[in-house]
Structure formats: C-alpha cells, structure tokens
Design a protein around this ligand. Sequence first.
Ligand SMILES: NC(=O)c1ccc[n+]([C@@H]2O[C@H](COP(=O)([O-])OP(=O)(O)OC[C@H]3O[C@@H](n4cnc5c(N)ncnc54)[C@H](O)[C@@H]3O)[C@@H](O)[C@H]2O)c1
Ligand SMILES: [Zn+2]
Ligand SMILES: [Zn+2]
Length: 344
Amino acid sequence: MTRARVLERPGAPLADAELHLPEPTGDQVRVRLLASGVCHSDLHAADGEWTVPLPLVLGHEGAGVVEAVGPQVRDVRPGDRVVLSWYAPCRRCAQCAAGRAWLCTGTHALEHPAVAGVHAYLGLGTFAEAALVPESAAIPIDPAVPAAVAALIGCAVATGVGAVTNTADVRPGESAIVVGCGGVGQAIVLGLALAGAHPIVAVDLSPERREQALALGATEALEAPEGQYDHAFEAIGRAETIEQLPGLIARGGQAVLVGMPAEGVTVRLDPFDLADQGKRLLGCNYGSTVPSVDFPRLARLYLAGRLPLDRLVGRRRGLDGADAGLQDLRDAVGLRTVLEIADA
Ligand SMILES: NC(=O)c1ccc[n+]([C@@H]2O[C@H](COP(=O)([O-])OP(=O)(O)OC[C@H]3O[C@@H](n4cnc5c(N)ncnc54)[C@H](O)[C@@H]3O)[C@@H](O)[C@H]2O)c1
Ligand SMILES: [Zn+2]
Ligand SMILES: [Zn+2]
C-alpha cells in the first residue's frame, strides 16, 4: 500500500489515502519517491484556480528510485535514481520528432490519468510514497545528486534555468529583470548568473525573497519593477505584473511569460508599443526543456559546482507536511519547501 496526500475538494485540507499501485504494465515504471517539492502549480490546483479531476494526488516536482518496470520499458531499470518529468513526452508526435518535447501534442499528462481510482496530478502525483508513470517521465540522473535537489530539477529548476538558457537564450552581458522570486524565480536568477547576464535585477514584494535573490546572484533587488532590460521574466502569473512586461523591455528586447495565471485571466497590452519597438513576448512551457537531455545536464552542472541548486531548497517537511508546504507558498516564506518522503 502507498500513502498519498489527496485533494478531494478545492480549498479543503488534503486527505490521507492508502492507494494500491498495481504492477507496471507496458511502458509503465513504478517509482518509490524520495522527495517532492511544493510548487505554486500545486497551489493553483489546490485552491481551485485550475480545473482538475478529483480526487487527485497532488505533487509534480519529484525524484525517487525505480522499483519495478513494465515489459516494454527499455531506458530505466529497478534501482535507477530518477527525476520525474510532469510533461511526459509521447516521443512520436511532430513536436517530439522536431526535438520540442515541451510542446508534445501526444502527452497524457494534462489528463491527470487515474491509478487505482485516484487521479495523479500531471500523471505523477508526487505527494505520495510511490507513483506509476510512463517511462518517458522517469529520467535517470546521477545518484550523487541529493534527493531534494533532484526533485527541484523536475520543475522549478528545469523551468527557471530553462527559461533563461533555452527559451530566452540569454547571452553574457545582457541585462535582465526577474519579476517574482519564489521557487521558479530564484531558479531564473541562478540561470541568469550561469549565463553571465548583467545586471540581474530581482523583484519581489517580500524582503526575505529579495535577500535570497541577492544571495543567489542578483545584482540588485527591488520591491516594484523599474527600468528597461534586454530580457524580462515574469514568474508570478498575475495580470498586473504581466501587463508591466512590455514597459520593462528595451527596444528589440523580449519578455518571457513563465508564471501561469488562474484560468480565465486576461491582460491588457499596448500593441503599438510592441510593434513600434520590435519587442517580443515569449510563452514558456517547462523552460522549453527536453527532460532526457536537460535533467542530466542540470545535474552535471550542479555536481560540477557551476549551479548551486542546493541553495534553492527551503523548509524540509515530511509527507504529512504537504498542507503546510502549500501554506508556505501562500505566505511566500522560506525558499522552496521540499517534502522528504523516504531515505534512499
Ligand atoms: N511555465 C511553466 O512551465 C511553469 C512551471 C512551474 C511553475 N509555473 C508557474 O510559475 C509561477 C510561480 O511559481 P512558484 O512556485 O515560483 O511560486 P511562488 O509562490 O513560490 O513564488 C511567487 C513569488 O511571487 C511574489 N509575488 C507575488 N505577487 C507579487 C507582486 N505583485 N509583485 C512582486 N512579487 C510578487 C511572491 O512574494 C513570491 O515570492 C506560478 O504561477 C506557477 O504556476 C510555471
Ligand atoms: Zn511546478
Ligand atoms: Zn509528442
């Protein structure tokens, strides 16, 4: 039996459930979870800002150990340390064939497939002792990476560092501003430091978050955005801050939309300014990441001391601390809360 924290009703505390995960069939992999981060995309679902099927095991930023594999699985075997991808690519559609796994049209992740009658968020459901996932969602990485760091590679780091290096393709010496420095925004700051951006301006309402961003490589921290930059990143998902983006980018600059708003939110933009100044707005899903390429690459940079991902880990809680982890996000306190689910 597998213990899991389950969303039964938006706004309600998570319920404790015991699931029976079947033996993997076909290309399925059963992963014993070691750690899961708590991401604002879990909170969007928990608070009813996004429609999800219920009941639902929350959590999509996880790492663990392969426990069992189905007969068609080729790339992982029991005992492998893996980071889970929340957008398991089909590896067959035109986007996958073109190397754009983050745009896969054949993924089942957005259906939140059910296992044992309970849906798993984005096909993962990492607020649990184990998960049954497709092979393409389980990416082997070096077991020398601590589980908490490996978990964050699965969402905040892939998204934040990928937004910089893949989506925006930031060059050394280009200027950048990051609006919103939670788990994803702090990973953007680390990515900008890695890419050699300068200056790196971090914006957050929270003084604690501004201090953390300065410690991670921001050169300046502000309570409200100002100035014009080559690159602007929005990592909150609020209409007010998204509407500020065109004004924050210089002629020919670009803004990357990383934050995801509640369903139905619309924004007002000045199209004349965008056209006249040749400014670009880029949507960013999952840091334009190909998990099987990018997760091991991020792990190598961490192990080489080039990307201090351990400094993104905030409060550590057990699986029972999932509700408290969601509250940490509402309160915008600490760095990324990680649920430590089991020892390797
Ligand atoms: N594009 C993707 O693929 C992708 C992946 C992961 C997360 N996300 C989204 O990114 C967003 C951020 O996720 P997170 O986990 O980092 O969230 P978080 O809650 O950890 O961070 C949000 C930060 O924004 C700050 N903030 C809120 N309102 C502000 C304002 N008006 N001005 C300045 N700062 C403000 C908060 O203080 C907090 O530090 C969420 O919408 C999440 O769903 C997108
Ligand atoms: Zn996430
Ligand atoms: Zn595909």
